[in-house]
Design a protein around this ligand. Sequence first.
Ligand SMILES: [Mn+2]
Length: 353
Amino acid sequence: VTELDLPRLARALREAVDRAATILVASEPMPDGDAFSSELAVRFAIEGACGLAATRAEARSGKGPKYVAVLNERGTPDRYAFLDGASAARAPDDDDRRGGFDLGILVDGGVERCGPTVRALYEGCGVKAYFDHHHSGSRSSYDVPLVDPTRASTTELIFGLLETEAWRDVPLTRPLAEAIYTGLLSDTNSFIYSLTTPRTHQVAARLLEAGARSSLIGERVILDIDERDLRLSARVLDSLATELGGKLHVAVMTLGMLEGRAPHLVGYDKIVTPIAFVKGSKVTLLLREVEAHLWKISLRSRGEVDVAALARELDPEGGGHARAAGCTLEGPLDAVRGRATAAIARALGRAGL
Ligand SMILES: [Mn+2]
């Protein structure tokens, strides 16, 4: 990873924002806490720098307010709907397709992860920016790529952007601080995971000084759980199997377990996190059925196996972090599970485990 020239990229982004009248901000179809709060943080930053226009007609290039659309193909996750600015996020519509955007900013994932409708809108943008902290992130090229795998969250990277000369005029308001804090808290699981650094805590302190309500956000983001997800986790736990001499734990979430709920509405991270920390386990594999014969694979590692590389080996569009990654596989459960398990066994062998 080459060192990020943040001051130069921050200036390039500021120039691109100033030149644009209409700006698309987007991420995954159903964003996680960091992805969604990164979208909100970018919108608040543009508001602080240029002001926001309520309609396309009021938007101006150069000095003047920007029309900023925050688009996720499947809408806003309930868990983050309490955040200031969350109601600005929506699904793409015909007006977006007709009007297009001058500048597109993808956060916490590239074009491979944003869904087909958002991808088409983004690819139509005159200038393309991309913020990410995944070390196996997007393989596409971008006009302004702000990628730093040493950051605990994409929102921590956005905080770094706001410290540069080009963006220093943006005030750190409470809503902006809370968006950045939400990304930090959810991607580090309350400042536990290994990407947490002294800088992460320094940033968090600045956010609390700016008024971020840490206890409220912690309760909403980390502790609150949907009762249906809690009951579902009991069914997933029933499927938990130990393989490869105890080094691998495998669990399965089938459509049948969801009792009619749409798979994208399940808070699966609340289910995978406890099973990822079974003592003695090196890797955890959760297979989630999202359509008949289509499986989302979630991989978690205790550190010795790089599961981002593993996800990419299984699926060229897969990726993530060294200790938490994912991909998509097609086929009957037994075949998909066999492929994933075999790849994990090879990776354990390479790691000398
Ligand atoms: Mn993230």
